[in-house]
Design a protein around this ligand. Structure first.
Ligand code: F6P
Length: 537
């Protein structure tokens, strides 16, 4: 027997069948207002979703689906601080981190806003102190290099945002990131640094993650070797929910920045995890980044479904995943500074919605989270766009582009804009055989190779300029999109048990690798690989 969700998705098949009989190009010809009908703006972002395989009737059916699963009720539950991450018994309140109003936001009957404001103040004092040179290294030298040591949600957000906001950097400061347990990364980073002027930020919600703790211990050793152990307290700060472990590591009490278990790792860039961002772009700009997110929260909370950007985006996600069965989704920023945005969204989306049991613990009988991938344009055009245009899988794309670049280089920016618009149009209109033949006077064998089926969907998101506020709004837009999809799929988007098994097995295998037999029974492949490695080591 199919589940209620599955029946709901099956109910949308008739709309798909109707739409499959026509083409997007034809729908544009039939309706000169299609762009106006299927585009909306919020927080300075224009969201054009007119180049999708939809019509008004199918969209209405999708809004009905959102109502039927009570997306609005789920949204209110999140805001109310209810423990919607029920497998970890946690509230989900990253929205509180950027809230700037007077209302209380409660968890277990306690307002969380005073502690959030207090850490923000601590971040402000610290980032101002580093920037002005008031806070110095052990020997009184000003810091020039900030190294964030963390992984996953304690790395991807700050790295992505710092890269995205390069035009706002304090020019006398440089940021570096160490995440991988591969010694190559920490060696490469430390090689170019002067310990006298280097500040390490250990970012780890749990303060137990093996990669982060291994890197942190070795950074501490490197610094102690150069400056003596007594210098550690002046060169290391920590961000964590595990305050005791930070103190054990040797971090001074005033240099421990707290956050809370109602903030998931992949939703934590708004917390003290954003400390490196605040240092690099300055606290005022960090506040604008929070404001941008808060504005998107407000939009998500108060705009009717039919004009609500995250809700429309999520419904399109479900439409393609569960009705059209498209397995992946590409994120293509035509904005070089957003080059880590696809990787950041990969964690946000795939760690949240890569689930196969519903809230009742039953195996779902429909697809959940899509595979998220992408690279900046125009580079992507010269790499994998071939498959987007002529491959057998259809990949819905989000194109992101700023109307204006930060650089005064109109020739470059106009080319960027033209390419971005050309790609979404090419995906949609395609080029049929007759057109190819008449254009090239080519027939027979070659012509079919030059045909583009077209009718391939995309969203285009345009903003004026990539500034802190807009970036904040963008991230919040995708956060809420992921949330709404999770509600429709009836899954818990806020745990990540799927990463645990590999961690456990790595602990056991480490013993085998180190030559201390773990007594675990390995399959013949793993055992064979271990033997081969031992011979080469
Ligand atoms: O293993 C996955 C994960 O738990 C992510 O969810 C998290 O962002 C990352 O590891 C890092 O965790 P922590 O901040 O506790 O070091």
């Amino acid at each position: 027997m199919s589940s209620k969700r599955k029946s709901m998705f099956e109910g949308l098949q008739s709309h798909k069948k109707r739409i499959a009989k026509t083409s997007m190009s034809q729908m544009f010809l039939n309706d000169e207002n299609r762009f106006d009908r299927f585009s909306n703006s919020a927080c300075g972002i224009l969201f054009d979703y007119s180049k999708n395989l939809i019509d008004e009737t199918s969209l209405e059916a999708l809004f009905d689906l959102a109502r039927e699963v009570d997306v609005e009720g789920a949204r209110n539950d999140m805001w109310a601080g209810n423990k919607i991450n029920f497998t970890e018994q946690r509230a989900v309140l990253h929205i509180a981190l950027r809230y700037d109003g007077d209302d209380e936001i409660e968890v277990d009957g306690k307002d969380v806003m005073p502690q959030i404001r207090s850490v923000l103040q601590q971040m402000q004092q610290f980032s101002d102190g580093i920037s002005s040179g008031e806070i110095t290294g052990a020997n009184g030298q000003k810091f020039t290099d900030i190294v964030n040591i963390g992984i996953g949600g304690s790395d991807l957000g700050s790295e992505m945002v710092i890269k995205a906001l390069k035009p706002y950097h304090r020019k006398h400061l440089k940021a570096h990131f160490i995440s991988n347990v591969d010694g190559a990364q920490i060696s490469d980073v430390l090689e170019v640094l002067n310990p006298q002027t280097t500040l390490f930020i250990i970012a780890s919600k749990s303060f137990t993650t093996i990669e982060t703790m291994t890197n942190a211990r070795n950074a501490k050793k490197w610094l102690s070797n150069e400056l003596g152990e007594q210098a550690v307290g002046d060169h290391f700060v920590a961000i964590s929910t595990n305050i005791a472990a930070c103190a054990d590591f040797g971090i001074k009490e005033q240099n421990i920045f707290a956050f809370w278990d109602f903030v998931g790792g992949r939703y934590s860039i708004w917390s003290a995890i954003g400390l490196s961002v605040a240092i690099l772009i300055g606290f005022e700009n960090f506040k604008k980044f929070l404001t941008g997110a808060a504005q998107m929260d407000e939009h998500f909370l108060s705009t009717p479904l039919e004009e609500n950007l995250p809700i429309i985006m999520a419904l399109l996600g479900v439409w393609y995943r569960n009705v059209w069965n498209f397995p992946t989704k590409a994120i293509i920023p035509y904005d070089q500074h957003l080059n880590r945005f696809p990787a950041f969204l990969q964690q946000m989306d795939m760690e949240s919605n890569g689930k196969s049991v519903n809230k009742a613990g039953e195996r779902v009988d429909y697809e959940t989270g899509a595979i998220i991938w992408g690279e900046p344009g125009t580079n992507a055009q010269h790499a994998f766009f071939q498959l987007l245009h002529q491959g057998t899988d259809i990949v819905p794309v989000d194109f992101l582009i700023a109307a204006k670049g930060h650089e005064d280089m109109p020739e470059h920016h106009n080319l960027l804009l033209a390419n971005c618009l050309a790609q979404s149009r090419a995906l949609m209109v395609g080029k049929d055989l007759a057109e190819v033949e008449s254009e090239l006077a080519t027939q027979g064998l070659i012509a079919p190779h030059k045909v583009f089926e077209g009718n391939r969907p995309s969203n285009t998101l345009i903003y004026e300029k990539l500034d802190p506020q807009t970036l904040g709004s963008f991230i919040a837009l995708y956060e809420h999109k992921v949330f709404v999809e999770g509600v429709i799929w009836d899954i818990n988007s806020f745990d990540q048990w799927g990463v645990e098994l590999g961690k456990q097995l790595a602990k056991t295998l480490l013993k085998d690798i180190e030559g201390n037999k773990s007594n675990s029974k390995n399959d013949s492949s793993t055992a064979g690989l271990l033997r081969f490695l031992q011979r080469l080591k």
